[in-house]
Design a protein around this ligand. Sequence first.
Ligand SMILES: *Cc1c(COP(=O)(O)O)cnc(C)c1O
Length: 342
Amino acid sequence: MFIDLRSDTVTKPTEKMRKASFEAELGDDVYREDPSVNELERKAAELLGKEAALFVTSGTQGNQIAVLSHCQPGNEIILESDAHLFYYEGAAISAFAGVQPRTIKGMRGAMNPLEVEAAIRDEDIHAPETGLICIENTHNRAGGAIVPTQNMKAIYEVAIKHNIPVHLDGARLFNAAVALNKPVSEFTKYTTTVQICLSKGLGAPVGSILAGNEDFIKRARKWRKRLGGGLRQVGVLAAPGYIALTEMVERLAEDHENAKFLAEGLSQIPTISIAGHVETNIVLVDISQLNMSTGEFLEILKGEGILAVAFGPTTIRFTTHFDVNREHIEEVIEKLSNRFSK
Ligand SMILES: *Cc1c(COP(=O)(O)O)cnc(C)c1O
């Protein structure tokens, strides 16, 4: 058995989720007749402070449907240069939506609103139209960094001024909300649309939510169908998703405490260092002093029964979640200390 810190996506559904799935009331969701899906979408819209919501297969699908529903081919979209939408989605924004990315380097995931405004295109026969601004919160490659609500507000004001929608990739938005002890609506009030993942730290087996106004969700529902994402008795997945949303949020605080504890422990090892600081459930470790590749480092970890992932040439990412507890974290610290303190 490995201590698996590769991602919070590895969490398995709880007993209660499996039972809810078994007992879920079902119907054909393409006809909008699945009561479990309808209930999940209603609850999600309420929590996210939007008129309507749509259950989608994955975070990637939710983000892509957002781009497809907001933009036209030939548009340009503004995103942070390490954003998941740019970095990890197989260039789907270009392959499917026919838009080109315009990236801005952020500070711990937060783009400077002045740079965002400067990147918005003027009316010009040579230029693409700016179709969308994307924000990611928490920011994955920035180490689970929280993009401050003041930053989101400033970017939203720029967007409104230029009549451009804002999409929030909130795959881990609940982590940000729990860490700052704010409702998620404090973040989503500064976005036109939002995607959140049910299947990461919240533990659902599958699924994400895309939320926005009625008109947007109507277009999104059609795009989901075009992409083959119109599912039938999908209440079997929506029922565990409902538990994720209503019962699994507060406990994310434990993941954050475990991540801080891990960072604290690893920072005592002289040959490695913590990159940035830990705000939520992600710990980035810099191994440049060890003179080995991330591949070699991960192999050594694997030999010790620990799994993590590489983030760039000298950075390792550890992600905490509810399938690892404090004893597991202590074991990781002890094993790495023994191996690398010399
Ligand atoms: C995981 C993740 C996604 C995509 O979610 P999938 O369900 O894996 O497709 C999108 N954005 C961010 C920031 C993520 O961390």
